[in-house]
Design a protein around this ligand. Structure first.
Ligand code: NDP
Length: 447
C-alpha cells in the first residue's frame, strides 16, 4: 500500500469507528495529511501499524456526575477522561467544563495533546478530560459540589505518575482547588496530581500566565524569523479568558497594540488600545461579560456577534477562545484587511479551509500545538517542582518557558524545512511532535 492509500485507509477506519465525531476526524486528518512524507521515509512505521495505534485512545473513561443544585434539585452531567498515549510520559492534559463538551471534543483535544506535549521536550504523554457542565451562572457552592462529584469518580484513574490533569475552558483556579481538595480527601495523598494549583498548595508561579505568554514568545520568534516583530503592530485577540488575557498582557509588553477582545456573546473594539486591567477585573474578579467594558470606556464599541471580531483591521490575530472560531470567510476578511500573522492560542481555532486560505495568501501561521504549548510546558515544570518539593521564582519559570517556546519554534521550522515544506510551521509542528512519540512507540513494542 502506498502512503496515500495507507493514510486514506486509516482515516476511513477512524471515521467508521468514531461515527459523527467531526472534531476528532478533523484533528486526525489535519495531522495525518502532513505526516505523509515522514511515513514515506519510515516504512517501518507502517509495518508496525503505528498510525493505526496512534489514532486509537489507550483508554476512554466516561462516567455519570450527579450533583445537587442550590434549589435541592438533582442534576446529572457526563464526565470524560481520555488517556490517549503515554509513550513518552504520564498522561497530561486539561479538563474542560462547557455545555458543548462531547466525546468528540475531548478526543480531538487528547489527540492534539500527544504532539503538543512531545514538542515541549518534556516527558509527558497526551490526555484530556471534561464534562458538559457549564460553571457559568452557577454559584460557588454548586461548582464545588459538581467538582467533588466529578473527582469522586476521576480519582480512581489519575495520579502524580499516572495522569495529571490541568485546567482548560471553564476550569481555572477555583475548580482546580475544589478538585484537588476532594482528591486528597479520597486518597489520603498529598501529591502533584493536578497542575494549575494555587500558590499556597503546590502551584507554580507563572502557570496562570504561561499559555498566553508562551503564545507571544512563539509568535515573536516566528515574526523575527520573517523580519518582523510585535512593535507598533495592531493586534486582535479573541476570547477574554485565561489565555486571551495573558496573551494581551505579553503582546502589549512586546510593543503591540491590542484593539479588540471578545467572549461568546460579542466583542469590544477600543481604538485607544484595550485596557487590560479592566478586562481582568471584569472576567477574573466579577466573572462578568466583555460588554461590561463599555461602562468605563466611552470610546469603545461593542458588536454582538463574536465572530465579527475577525473583521477588525489588524496586523496580527491571536485566536484564544475556542475550536473552529475562524472559518474560511473570517480568514478571508483577515487577509483582505492586511493581517499577515495568525497564531493560535486556542486549540484548533481555525477550520481546515481557513488554514488553507491563510497559508495560500502567505500569512504566517502559528499552529496551536506549538504556539499554545507553553501552558502544558509550565504544568510539567509545576510537576517537577512538586516532585522536588521546591518552588522556582516567577523569573526562573518564565525564563524556562521562554527557552522552551524558542526551541519549539526552531524545531517546527527545521522539521518543516527537512521534509520539504519550508515555512509551513503547522506541518513542522506535527512532524517534530510525532517523531519523538513514534520512536518511543517503536522501542516499546506492540502495545
Ligand atoms: P477560559 O474559560 O478561561 O476562557 C475561554 C474564553 O473564550 C472566554 O472568554 C469565553 O467566553 C470565550 N469563548 C468560549 N467559546 C467561545 C465562542 N464560541 N466564541 C467566542 N468566544 C468564546 O478558557 P482558556 O482561556 O483556558 O482556554 C481558551 C482556549 O485556549 C481553549 O481552546 C483551550 O483549549 C486553549 N488552551 C488553554 C490552555 C490553558 O492553559 N488554559 C492551554 C492550551 C490551550 P465566555 O465568557 O462567553 O464563555
Amino acid at each position: 500500500m502506498n502512503v496515500n492509500e495507507y493514510i486514506a485507509s486509516v482515516l476511513e477506519t477512524v471515521k467508521k469507528r468514531n461515527p459523527g465525531e467531526a472534531e476528532f476526524h478533523q484533528a486526525v486528518e489535519e495531522v495525518l495529511e502532513t505526516l505523509k512524507p515522514v511515513i514515506e521515509a519510515h516504512p517501518e512505521f507502517q509495518a508496525a501499524g503505528l498510525i493505526e495505534r496512534l489514532v486509537e485512545p489507550e483508554r476512554i473513561i466516561k462516567f455519570r456526575v450527579p450533583w445537587v443544585d442550590d434549589n435541592g434539585k438533582v442534576q446529572v452531567n457526563r464526565g470524560y477522561r481520555i488517556q490517549f498515549n503515554d509513550a513518552i510520559g504520564p498522561y497530561k492534559g486539561g479538563i474542560r467544563f462547557r455545555g458543548n463538551v462531547t466525546e468528540s471534543v475531548i478526543k480531538f483535544l487528547g489527540f492534539e495533546q500527544i504532539f503538543k506535549n512531545s514538542l515541549t521536550g518534556l516527558p509527558i504523554g497526551g490526555g484530556k478530560g471534561g464534562s458538559d457542565f457549564d460553571p457559568k451562572g452557577k454559584s460557588d457552592a454548586e461548582v464545588m459540589r459538581f467538582c467533588q462529584s466529578f473527582m469522586t469518580e476521576l480519582h480512581k484513574y489519575i495520579g502524580a505518575d499516572v495522569d495529571v490533569p490541568a485546567g482548560d475552558i471553564g476550569v481555572g483556579g477555583r475548580e482546580i482547588g475544589f478538585m484537588f481538595g476532594q482528591y486528597k480527601r479520597l486518597t489520603n495523598l498529598y501529591e502533584g496530581v493536578l497542575t494549575g494549583k494555587g500558590l499556597t498548595y503546590g502551584g507554580s508561579l507563572a502557570r496562570t500566565e504561561a499559555t498566553g505568554f508562551g503564545l507571544c514568545y512563539f509568535t515573536d520568534e516566528m515574526l523575527k524569523a520573517n523580519g518582523k516583530s510585535f512593535k507598533d503592530q495592531t493586534v486582535v485577540i479573541s476570547g477574554s479568558g485565561n489565555v486571551a488575557i495573558y496573551a494581551a498582557v505579553k503582546a502589549t509588553a512586546l510593543g503591540g497594540k491590542v484593539v479588540a477582545m471578545s467572549d461568546s456573546n460579542g466583542y469590544v473594539y477600543d481604538k485607544n488600545g484595550i485596557d487590560i486591567a479592566a478586562v481582568k477585573q471584569i472576567k477574573e474578579v466579577n466573572r462578568g461579560r466583555i460588554k461590561d467594558y463599555l461602562a468605563d470606556h466611552p470610546d469603545a464599541v461593542y458588536g454582538d456577534n463574536c465572530s465579527d471580531i475577525w473583521g477588525v483591521k489588524c496586523d496580527i490575530a491571536l485566536p484564544c477562545a475556542t475550536q473552529n472560531e475562524i472559518d474560511e470567510a473570517s480568514a478571508k476578511k483577515l487577509i483582505a484587511n492586511g493581517c499577515y500573522c495568525v497564531s493560535e492560542g486556542a486549540n484548533m481555532p481555525s477550520t481546515p479551509e481557513a488554514i488553507a486560505a491563510l497559508q495560500g495568501a502567505g500569512v504566517l501561521f502559528g499552529p496551536a500545538k506549538a504556539a499554545n504549548a507553553g501552558g502544558v510546558a509550565t504544568s510539567a515544570l509545576e510537576m517537577s517542582q512538586n516532585s522536588m518539593r521546591y518552588s522556582w521564582t516567577f523569573e526562573e519559570v518564565d525564563e524556562k518557558l521562554h527557552g522552551i517556546m524558542v526551541n519549539i519554534f526552531k524545531n517546527c521550522e527545521s522539521a518543516a524545512a527537512k521534509y520539504g515544506m519550508p515555512g509551513n510551521y503547522a506541518a513542522g509542528a506535527n512532524i517534530a511532535g510525532f517523531l519523538k512519540v513514534a520512536n518511543a512507540m517503536m522501542a516499546q513494542g506492540i502495545v
